[in-house]
Design a protein around this ligand. Structure first.
Ligand code: SF4
Length: 342
């Protein structure tokens, strides 16, 4: 079982102490006996323990920076929501194909923002601009927010904030099962709680440091019982030898463990595995023993923005994935909706 994340090292930006959450976190980490260092800005986080890049990378993933979010302008977040709501960045997980490896570059530590009220005020403005249309906010664009929330509860506050709102909805996705503190949040059905699921083989070999499949399924059942609208992102869909069987078992287990009522308003998002050349280099550096297949020759090249194309599966493979997984959705969850395959 993967234990809830506890940082090995904490950095606190002095301005964070001007906010109640910043002071609360400082006291909490002091009580826990965790080493705390001061830093004027997260860019100053240096001299992480470790003898080489490999060790420093691992240390960074166990380091939490408590800071203040300066940019209150939100990024857009298509296709699943209108905006990304910034509550944290970075993740303690070690999924070999994680998108954060390229986006966070040399700063893979986790940051949590204590000026949550200001972030909510900004969200309020975005909602006003679009009202009476609903505005959806995605909380997991730059982190696995659930993985750190048992320490900060800022996601819980966001859930309750949008629970009260008239025109806002919240969504996020996680690979962590530490959801107990979120079960009594007053969500009012306005948060879609999604879990990233995969075949057991993929989770076992390619997603170290995250909750195991059975733990995620148990957590999903708890979340459903707490009345949250539920969703699953199956990503990345990865073609290994027994993939059809592996994904079938996933659906069987989901059907077996979820309460019936949760399957009425259930969403699925399907995302095939892809990689770029720069990502492949980073992955091979950070996880040199990876089993992840990244052979350009076997893939189809898809032109991308800024000249960085990605390697996806061949057209016929994509069709097969879509029909096999789409078939499982129809068979096991006939009332669920498939939002997209990409
Ligand atoms: Fe990346 Fe998500 Fe894995 Fe964290 S859980 S390492 S954010 S893919």
């Amino acid at each position: 079982m993967v234990k809830p994340f506890i940082p090995e090292l904490v950095y606190i930006e002095p301005r964070a102490l001007e906010y109640p959450l910043g002071r609360e976190l400082k006291a909490k980490f002091e009580d826990m006996g965790i080493e705390i260092r001061e830093t004027t800005s997260h860019n100053q986080v240096r001299n992480l323990p470790g003898e080489n890049d490999f060790q420093k990378y691992r240390m960074a993933k166990s380091t939490l920076v408590v800071g203040v979010r300066k940019t209150l302008k939100f990024d857009t977040s298509k296709p699943s929501a209108e905006y990304a709501i910034p509550l944290a960045t970075g993740c303690m997980g070690h999924c070999h194909y994680c998108y954060l490896q390229t986006t966070m570059g040399s700063k893979p530590y986790i940051r949590t923002y204590v000026n949550v009220e200001e972030v909510f005020e900004s969200a309020e403005q975005y909602m006003k601009e679009r009202a009476p249309e609903i505005t959806r906010f995605e909380a997991s664009c730059t982190s696995d927010i659930v993985g750190v929330d048992h320490l900060t509860h800022s996601l819980k506050r966001a859930i309750e904030y949008f629970g009260q709102s008239e025109y806002g909805k919240l969504r996020f996705v996680t690979k962590f099962a530490h959801v107990d503190h979120l079960l009594d949040a007053k969500h009012n059905g306005r948060t879609r709680f999604r879990f990233s699921m995969n075949a057991d083989y993929v989770i076992k070999y390619l997603e170290p440091g995250t909750s195991r499949l059975n733990e995620r399924i148990e957590a999903a059942a708890k979340v459903a019982k707490a009345g949250y609208p539920l969703g699953f992102i199956i990503a990345p869909i990865y073609l290994y030898e027994d993939w059809k069987e592996g994904y079938k078992e996933l659906f069987e287990q989901l059907q077996d463990k979820l309460p019936d009522y949760a399957t009425k308003d259930l969403t699925f998002e399907l995302i095939q595995h892809r990689f770029t050349k720069p990502a492949k280099r980073v992955i091979q550096k950070n996880y040199p023993m990876t089993k992840l297949e990244m052979d350009e020759e076997k893939r189809k090249y898809k032109w991308g923005k800024y000249g960085i194309g990605k390697y996806v599966y061949q057209k016929e493979e994509q069709e097969e994935m879509k029909s096999v997984l789409g078939g499982y959705i129809e068979q096991y969850f006939p009332e669920a909706s498939l939002e997209y395959f990409t």
